[in-house]
Design a protein around this ligand. Structure first.
Ligand code: SF4
Length: 254
């Protein structure tokens, strides 16, 4: 599947401890911008319906758009623009929209009038970083009407027990990741391993997005260069699948 980033607005306020080393905020500060000023994109707002010179759509049918990775789709300052964004999402019912958020408490009030039980081309991904965030956000997340729900456990800051929510069968995927950047907090392979087996038990899809910079495995902390954080994550996931296969675990998921 072809993927694109769609950032209809930019900027955000820290919401919880998971935001401490937010890559968007780091980049803005590096470039002398204030990440707390939330601005509507002048050039990218209508990306889903933008066309190339030959008249074809820039985002082809069947693609996936990662929405608002430089903000939070449900941040308050975007309330005046969000309905327009929903209209674009509705117009491109042939494209998959993945919307991550930490602001689960705002989702319900920000849904479009004709949302009903959810639109089939929209998937919400709830970001959680620790058990407190899981307790505070996941019950509410499960009550949101939607067709597709996943969890982004990132940056993973401690061992999590997601079993009570995975057992509901309402979560399609858990994606885990460590934190990147020089000031990143460590992530332990064991924490990912626990989520992997919890997902196996509950038949939930699982993936490791990236290892993060400081990755602890078998008591040793590895410093993983940024360019290797994705490939090492893939290796770690392959290793987990192989080990689970040796233990005759049930069906494996990518
Ligand atoms: S919610 Fe997301 S975009 Fe906003 S500050 Fe936190 S990590 Fe950054």
């Amino acid at each position: 599947m072809i993927t694109f980033s769609w950032n209809p607005w930019h900027g955000c306020h820290p919401f919880s401890v998971g935001c401490k080393n937010c890559f968007m905020r780091r980049a803005d500060i590096r470039h002398g911008r204030n990440p707390e000023i939330i601005t509507r994109s002048k050039t990218m707002f209508d990306l889903p319906i933008q066309k190339k010179r030959d008249g074809s759509l820039k985002v082809p049918s069947g693609s996936c758009l990662y929405v608002c990775f430089q903000s939070d789709f449900f941040v308050e300052e975007a309330d005046e623009w969000r309905n327009e964004a929903w209209d674009l999402i509705k117009e491109r019912s042939d494209v998959w929209f993945l919307i991550p958020t930490k602001r689960v408490h705002r989702i319900h009030q920000c849904l479009p009038a004709d949302w009903n039980d959810g639109w089939p081309n929209v998937s919400f991904a709830l970001s959680i970083e620790n058990n407190q965030a899981a307790r505070e956000r996941l019950d509410q997340f499960l009550k949101i009407p939607c067709c597709h729900r996943s969890i982004f456990a990132a940056p993973l800051l401690e061992e999590l027990d997601l079993t009570p929510w995975l057992e509901t069968g309402k979560i399609e995927l858990v994606s885990v990741a460590g934190e990147s950047g020089l000031k990143a907090r460590v992530c332990h392979f064991n924490w990912m391993e626990k989520i992997f087996y919890d997902c196996l038990k509950t038949k939930t899809k699982f993936t490791i997005h990236q290892t993060g910079r400081y990755f602890v495995r078998n008591g040793r902390c590895y410093i993983i260069p940024k360019k290797e954080q994705f490939s090492q994550a893939k290796k770690a996931h392959e290793w987990l699948k192989k080990e689970a296969g040796k233990k005759n675990q049930p069906a494996l998921f990518d």
